[in-house]
Structure formats: C-alpha cells, structure tokens
Design a protein around this ligand. Structure first.
Ligand code: ZN
Length: 244
C-alpha cells in the first residue's frame, strides 16, 4: 500500500542539545523506522549520523544508522519486541556522548576553517573533510607548511579561549550570499537549487552555510590538538586533529 507523503520534523534544528524526545510512529518496515519528528541527525556535511534508541510500549528499536530519503528521515536498526504500528507513541534517546563529541568536533572544524583563512587569506577554501569520534580531518586549498601547525593551533586555541557564541539561523539565498561574503565564503555548485540556507556563525568572525549540529559557544570545544598535516597535491593540505 502506498502511504502518504510525510515530511519529518527535524528537532535537532530547534534544539541542538535535545537528548530525549517524544513522537509517534509513521511507518515501520523490517529494519526501517520513520517517526513524525526526530532529534536523530541523519548525517551530512562530514558529520556522521546519530545512534541511540527509539522505544515504544512492548518494543525497542536500536538505531544504528540514520539517513534522509526525500523529505523523510529514516532510522535503520534492530527491533526487539513486538512490531511497531503507525500512531504508536515513542520516546527517542540519542547516544549523547557520541553526538556531543561530534558537535564539539564540528565546531572545531569551523574554527580551523577560520584560522586557515586568517593565516593564508580569505580566498582559501574548505575542500572536504570528515568528522569522527576519535580523529577528524579537514582539507583546505592552501599549502600549509608543517612548521606552521603550532601557529595555526594558537589561532584555534585563542578562539576557544575567547568563548565566542556559535549561532545558527536561516537566510534566503540572496541574503545568505551577502552575509557570508565578508568571511570569504561563497555559494558553490553544491548549493544550486537551494532556496534557504542554514548559516552557522562563530559570532563576528566566521559564517558559513552548514546543516550540522554545533555547540553553543567555542569554549565548549575544550582542548584541541592538531595532529598532522598532509599534502594532498594540487595545493590541497589535510589537517588532522582531535579534541580531548
Ligand atoms: Zn559545518
């Protein structure tokens, strides 16, 4: 049977610190569970998806993957207990230790993006990256000598120490374009066809379109360590880092 189109409400954009939430089952199919609203981040922008549990009366669904399909967020995992029915009330619980670390890693990535521009010029761009629990990396369109790592780390640490606010807000395309320009950011072919943009700003120093989850001030990133730089050729440098 064809079921009605459903757009999942994304609770992680209303409150990035939401760890537990209530909702209702929309649809369940073997390994896949869709609910009306969710705080589970589906992954994107280099940030991995959330894990955790979605529990109902007489059943528990262990979330091992989350992805977007059209406008729905689909939780993939393993069911224990009876099969969930549409309309069943549920309680979602995010694996907060994992998510909070990824939030700190993500904000650290933006601070690093700012630091690279500060040292090598506004035109230096982000060229992909991957966040993970233990170690993350970000690629930049600049030649960054090995000896510069301590200098770069100093800039990042100063931003963390200054405990600047990290804000997220939505802007229409033209406004977004104008807003990010002074920070050396531009809309690219990746942004084609998008009408509204979520902007993440480290107050006053760096704003960039981003769909990820962030801590609310740079101080929460805590201790950061730049581990290594690798030349990827064609003027691209990869910076590996971790947070403690
Ligand atoms: Zn981001």
């Amino acid at each position: 049977m064809r079921r009605a189109f459903h757009m999942t409400k994304r609770l992680y954009y209303e409150d990035q610190y939401l760890k537990e939430f209530k909702s209702k089952v929309v649809n369940f199919n073997v390994d896949f569970l869709v609910i009306e609203e969710t705080a589970f981040y589906p992954g994107g922008g280099g940030q991995p998806y959330d894990k955790g549990y979605i529990n109902g009366e007489g059943w528990s669904f262990k979330v091992e993957g989350v992805f977007e399909k059209d406008d729905e967020i689909v939780h993939k995992g393993v069911l224990e207990g009876r099969e969930p029915n549409p309309g069943d009330p549920v309680r979602g619980v995010i694996d907060w230790e994992r998510r909070y670390r990824l939030m700190r890693m993500h904000t650290a990535a933006h601070i690093l993006g700012y630091a690279v521009k500060k040292l090598y010029g506004l035109e230096v761009g982000y060229h992909g990256g991957m966040l993970s629990i233990n170690e993350s990396h970000q690629d930049f369109t600049a030649r960054i000598p090995r000896d510069d790592l301590p200098k770069l780390e100093d800039v990042v640490r100063t931003v963390i120490k200054n405990n600047l606010k990290v804000k997220a807000f939505w802007l229409l395309r033209e406004e977004a374009k104008r807003y990010i320009e002074p920070f050396g950011e531009h809309l690219t072919e990746l942004h084609e066809g998008i009408k509204t943009f979520r902007i993440v700003e480290i107050e006053g120093i760096y704003a960039v379109p981003c769909g990820g989850t962030h801590v609310s001030s740079t101080g929460e990133v805590g201790e950061i360590k730049l581990l290594k730089r690798e030349s990827k050729g064609k003027g691209i440098t990869r910076i590996r880092y971790t947070i403690i």
